[in-house]
Design a protein around this ligand. Sequence first.
Ligand SMILES: O=C(O)C(=O)C[C@]1(C(=O)O)C=C[C@@H](O)C=C1
Length: 378
Amino acid sequence: MAEPSSAALNQLRDKIDQADKELLEVLRRRLDLVAEVGTIKHAEGLPIYAPKREANMLAKRRAEAESMGISPQLIEDLLRRMMRESYVSEKDVGFKRINPELGSVVVIGGGGKLGGLFVHLFQLSGYDVHIIEQHDWDNAPALLADAGIVVVSVPIDVTEQVIAQLPPLPKECLLVDLTSIKQAPLAAMLKAHSGPVLGLHPMFGPDVSSLAKQVVVVCHGRGQEKYQWLLDQITIWGARLHEAAATEHDQAMQLVQAMRHFTAFVYGMHLKREHADIEQLLQFSSPIYRLELAMVGRLFAQDASLYADIIFSQPDSLVRARHYLDRYQQALELLESGDKQGFNKTFADVADWFGDFAQQFQHESANMLMMANDSRSN
Ligand SMILES: O=C(O)C(=O)C[C@]1(C(=O)O)C=C[C@@H](O)C=C1
């Protein structure tokens, strides 16, 4: 059915169309300027992500918007969305090669998604990149003979085995892994190779459009002066580095990854066993529930073995999951005994513990909810 309209409304809509077209022209102009910035950054080896410039620009535009009677949040949303576009366009120009002397880059598991992303980034930076996959392990000695860096990007449960199987690497070759646990792979690399060693954990999935604003955890192994170039290269790709001890990293991953994925897995399992009707849930869902369902549902669009690896390879997953079950049981007892007061008290204790973060998260999630709602068309 056609939407109701009128001649006066149509006249105004024509003018809106005109204004939107002008907006497109402004966007085109901005994209062209950003492309020029990309070329300069490529030549000068500057990072695609410039947080101070962004903060300054946003503050100025917000103030200008306010003085024009435009919501500051509106211009901030638009600019942030445009800058996301900038990261992608600047990435496609390529990056400066920070270590021109380096021998070849060999990515073991480079045919996989995360390995493939790093292959692409090294290629965009002008390195000579080779891939080794399971089926062509026979070629490994020849490919590794003049490697300047070997990146291990294989499933967690075979990482240590693959590292142990490596033929002797050139003495100065850098050995790196991208596994989402760090203690065991780092120890295996230090044992297998006497040269420089580095543990990395990219805190993002392989589907990111650029590394801008993404975090890469750095666990130092051996010979930092020999791999500083790689850290600089990753910064140019746009990522932020976060240094951590391998033990500290692995402990945090218990909650950030293993428990998070495990609870999402249980939630999905529960919905299925309750014979929930997703279609119907969506009709009744508030924006926050829709977002929650999306977070859980996206798990099941991915590879089971990836999640199994993350959960099962964390040494303390079971202990953490049991603690969670205990807390669930304690909360259930409040419900069973109708202890609303107890519920409120626990709630207040936890809120107190979250402190200022509670407000910050409320603010952040409000923005996410609005954006999630904007992208709905039904
Ligand atoms: O000014 C820059 O350095 C840019 O790359 C341009 C731009 C933008 O789109 O305005 C994009 C990315 C940076 O983080 C900051 C700003």
